[in-house]
Design a protein around this ligand. Structure first.
Ligand code: ASP
Length: 417
């Protein structure tokens, strides 16, 4: 298995590189049937979508079944509460730290100063009115589980699955048959995940080639500073912050973690979707990091929905970028408001491509920054989305590892192997 995983990592990495080069080459081709119909909307689209749809088809059943199993096997409602509160505190505080880092970088490195506004291809953006926070909170409880599943409403599915798991464990012997059935269903879905994973290199190639053939890099040049600072923030968070957390709270090797977790990061990078990465993260947590399913089946889907460290970094840098581009001074109280709203916004940000940029409108509104500023960064948002999604899913797995270690739910032999 280990050998296979090593191969998968290398294969996905190679596919990423080849996809990138192919995408850039195709971007430079003259518009026409070959470029647009045969390659971008033909081959690349086909390979990428088959893979993406393959994973998405498994996300809802996997989250539902594995979480029921996790909650049923945990047995103890008190333990569930303890793990739940630790996880939520961890997720919220790492997100707040992420925004603080990005604001410091934005103040020091000034992404929006000296900007050639004329050179930027602005994108017309329509701003959706976002639901108030209280609504996001009570809507976690589904009023119709079938529609929650059909719409892929992750928080609602999580709530229902947790309740079902708790119910099963309270039923005791009477629930044994069903608990067993869910266990077997879980095994089946994980097998399907393994099959879809075999297609990861081809899918990643298609997704990346399409992105780079469409977005290209010329739009990137005037925004280089903004994109560079976001990526710098992501890098600092992924090394310094996660490194310190690992050291202080778990005494684990971050290097080893990255070696094993990187395939999930590549999938997140190419799909720009935390939700689509759930099956891969769960598989790696269990088989490579030695984390008990009881913990990961709860923390990974929850993290994909409410923990967005990478998105928070983008939102912090973007707020300062927009303020500076429009010559507005960001005061300290304004920055504190950004920390608060972006942390809360992360709860309501779905793990799908582009959701973070939509939620940015809420952050901008909270401090009275011009919403037209969104148009400046929308054209290249996918390129930023790929990086921030990789960190979003990494944050989920870092927290999962630390919580699992603290709950004695990690097999260190597997982690260190
Ligand atoms: N694409 C991100 C994710 O799925 C959310 C975002 O747009 O920031 O985690």
């Amino acid at each position: 298995m280990k050998q296979g995983k090593m191969n998968l990592t290398t294969k996905v990495l190679v596919a990423l590189g080849v996809g990138l080069v192919t995408g850039i080459l195709v971007y430079n081709l003259p518009a026409g049937t070959l470029k647009d119909t045969v390659l971008i909307n033909g081959l690349f689209q086909f390979l990428g979508q088959v893979f993406l749809r393959g994973i998405m088809m498994l996300v809802v059943p996997l989250v539902f079944v594995s979480l029921i199993n996790g909650a049923a096997n945990m047995g103890d409602v008190k333990k569930l509460g303890r793990v739940g509160s630790k996880t939520i505190i961890f997720y919220m505080s790492t997100t707040a730290v992420a925004i603080i880092i990005s604001l410091i970088l934005g103040v020091v490195l000034k992404p929006g100063v000296g900007l050639d506004m004329g050179a930027i291809q602005t994108v017309e953006t329509t701003i959706n009115q976002k639901a108030p926070l209280v609504q996001i909170l009570y809507e976690m409880v589904p009023n119709n589980i079938i529609s929650a599943m059909a719409n892929g409403s992750m928080l609602q599915i999580i709530v229902f699955a947790l309740l079902t798991g708790v119910g099963l464990s309270l039923l005791g012997e009477k629930g044994e048959y069903l608990t067993d059935l869910f266990q077997k269903l879980n095994d089946l879905i994980m097998k399907l995940v393994e099959i879809v994973m075999l297609f990861a290199p081809i899918g990643v190639f298609g997704l990346i080639a399409k992105t780079f053939a469409t977005v290209g890099y010329s739009a990137l040049i005037p925004l280089m500073k903004y994109v560079g600072i976001v990526y710098l923030g992501l890098l600092i968070h992924a090394t310094v912050i996660y490194g310190s957390l690992f050291k202080v709270f778990a005494g684990l090797s971050l290097r080893k973690f990255y070696k094993k977790f990187s395939p999930a990061m590549f999938v997140a990078f190419s799909t720009a979707s935390s939700n689509a990465t759930i099956p891969f993260s769960l598989d790696i947590c269990e088989k490579e990091l030695g984390i008990s399913k009881e913990i990961s089946s709860f923390t990974i889907p929850l993290g994909a929905t409410i923990n967005m460290d990478g998105t928070a970094i983008m939102q912090g840098v973007a707020s300062l970028f927009i303020a500076q581009a429009y010559g507005i001074e960001m005061t300290l109280p304004m920055m504190l408001t950004v920390v608060l709203t972006a942390t809360l916004a992360s709860i309501g940000t779905a793990g799908v491509p582009g959701a973070g940029a939509i939620m940015l409108s809420m952050v901008l509104q909270s401090v009275g920054l011009p919403l037209e500023g969104l148009g400046l960064i929308m054209g290249i948002d996918r390129l930023v989305d790929m990086g921030r999604t990789s960190i979003n899913v990494t944050g989920d797995a870092v927290c999962t590892s630390i919580i699992a270690k603290s709950e004695n739910a990690m097999d260190l032999e597997v982690f260190n192997s």
